[in-house]
Design a protein around this ligand. Structure first.
Ligand code: AMP
Length: 430
């Protein structure tokens, strides 16, 4: 199948061609026809599958085909995303694919000044990409008019719920005009997601694509068993010896991300950390530097890294395993994208054995594990529960990312969330 088979207009085909895409990905091939028919849709697809183009391309076509009779430019499409990074990336995609169309788009999120956003909104746009919090600020101030919305996209709905945005989403939905088209994307289906889909969508078409990291052979996954306190030294050595040039490293806590980034800088490996306590400009700069390869290592927490889209990212390292098994799949989804091979390495200490089991159960696969000479785990170290704030590296008192930290938060709580979701609670079974 080619993109022309999907009945996309010549402006879009030209933009797709500029990107060098030749074949639609499975989610694009399935979703684009339904969306062009004007149907509501529920799509099970996560980042890395090409889902952004899957909804952006038909959305742009719908808006450019249907001439609006309204005298003033009104927002005709609203895309909600859970994080600022994802909003920015979706915004870039809209600009990229819509570059030959006369449609205007804008991205609004928190952490940056609101006044330029108000000016942008006042000048008139067709497509708005937003995170829930800042959108509600604009709604509260009366600086955004959503009465002309024809298409509503809820991206990464499961992550939105994880982050505690359910009430915000419902408030936004309640003020959208009736009779619009709704598209909902989610990587996982919990009961909460199904309830939300039932209230939002009308006789939706359902599209499901394989979770690429459970089926993809492109990501080589492996585990190194190592003591928590020796993880930083080992990772520094692996990066230097193997000359890895672009490594995305995950820690469980913001504090851990900072410590590890500082450690790398100390040993001469350029690095930066991104997490929810960093300003938006610091996060954008770190991500840009990493993409441009000005820095070799980007240390991130799960929420900050959500949706990060880096072409052909070769290495993802779990410095600490996530306490939610699904996050492992999201994390390693940063590599092995769009046909490029990638490697996902997890450094696992004795405290994390249960997390590893949970992950292997979720992905239905035993991960290869090995021990590195000189970094053999000390058999006299007994496992300590991470939930009680001990062990596990950056957040625990074993200080995997350089020294102890007794003031860390309990492992079950993490940044960005307004409340703990039921999915998170269910992860405790591991
Ligand atoms: P997404 O799942 O939307 O985050 O997209 C993942 C990556 O796939 C992005 O880097 C896109 O630029 C890329 N991509 C999207 N569609 C295609 C396609 N049809 N062929 C090749 N790459 C694509």
């Amino acid at each position: 199948m080619t993109f022309s088979d999907l009945n996309l207009n010549t402006s879009l085909l030209k933009a797709i061609n500029d990107q060098g895409y030749t074949t639609p990905t499975p989610v694009q091939a399935q979703a684009i026809p339904y969306i062009l028919e004007g149907r509501d849709m529920l799509a099970g697809a996560q980042t890395g599958t090409g889902k952004t183009a899957g909804f952006t391309l038909p959305l742009l076509q719908i808006l450019s085909d249907k001439k609006t009779s309204k005298p003033h430019r009104k927002i005709r499409a609203l895309i909600l995303t859970p994080t600022r990074e994802l909003a920015a990336q979706v915004g870039e995609s809209v600009k990229l694919y819509g570059k030959y169309l006369p449609l205007k788009s804008a991205v609004i999120f928190g952490g940056v000044g609101i006044t330029p956003q108000i000016t942008m909104l006042r000048n008139g746009i067709d497509i708005l990409i937003a995170t829930p919090g800042r959108l509600l600020d604009h709604i509260g101030q009366g600086t955004v008019d959503l009465s002309g919305v024809e298409v509503f996209v809820l991206d990464e709905a499961d992550r939105m719920l994880d982050m505690g945005f359910i009430r915000d989403i419902r408030r936004v939905i309640s003020i959208l005009p009736k009779g619009r088209q709704n598209l909902m994307f989610s990587a996982t289906y919990s009961d909460e997601i199904k309830t939300l889909a039932n209230t939002l969508l009308h006789t939706p078409a359902e599209v499901e694509v394989a979770r690429r990291n459970t089926s993809s052979e492109l990501v080589k996954q492996s585990v190194i068993l190592v003591d928590c306190k020796r993880k930083s030294a080992l990772l520094g050595e692996l990066i230097s010896k193997n000359k890895w040039e672009q490594v995305l490293v995950f820690t469980r806590t913001k504090h851990g991300a900072n410590k590890l980034s500082e450690y790398f800088q100390k040993i001469g490996i350029t690095a930066a950390a991104i997490h929810g306590n960093k300003s938006q400009s610091a996060r954008t700069k770190a991500l840009d530097d990493f993409k441009k390869r000005t820095i070799r290592v980007l240390v991130a927490t799960d929420i900050a890294a959500r949706g990060i889209d880096i072409d052909a990212l070769p290495h993802v390292v779990n410095f600490e395993l996530p306490n939610i098994a699904e996050d492992y799949v999201h994390r390693i989804g940063r590599t092995g994208r769009a046909g490029c091979e990638g490697e996902a390495l997890s450094l696992v200490c004795v405290d994390e054995a249960d997390y590893l089991k949970g992950i292997e159960k979720l992905i239905n696969k035993k991960l290869d594990s090995r021990i590195i000479e000189g970094y053999e785990p000390d058999p006299s170290i007994k496992a300590e529960p991470i939930q009680r704030g001990r062990g596990g590296g950056s957040g625990g008192n074993r200080g995997g990312s350089g020294g102890g930290n007794r003031s860390s938060k309990p492992a079950q709580k993490r940044e960005g969330g307004r409340h703990e979701s039921s999915r998170r609670d269910s992860s405790r079974r591991y």
